[in-house]
Design a protein. Sequence first.
Length: 97
Amino acid sequence: MSRKDAVPPEMALAVFQRDLGCVAPRLGGTMHDCWGRNRIEHVKAEPRMGKRAEPRMDRLVTLCQGHSEDGMKGGYVWATDKENREKCREYLRSVSA
Ligand SMILES: [Zn+2]
């Protein structure tokens, strides 16, 4: 855990408890694509920011492997789809308001 953008374990736990599972099916993804372990996905505040999102509750969502990079299908990854990114941001705005 020496990387600067690493999520502290307490914060990861808090994100998992807030989201209660992969958020993708609630944001237009399908349950059928959910598989593997749930993990923390960084959502940048601005799409063009070069750096990864800082470890903050309102920049982190829970996604399963199927909806993040491990679940790539024909070059498509749910989590990196532009529209889905925006849905994740909206979700974070709604839960951190
Ligand atoms: Zn999922």
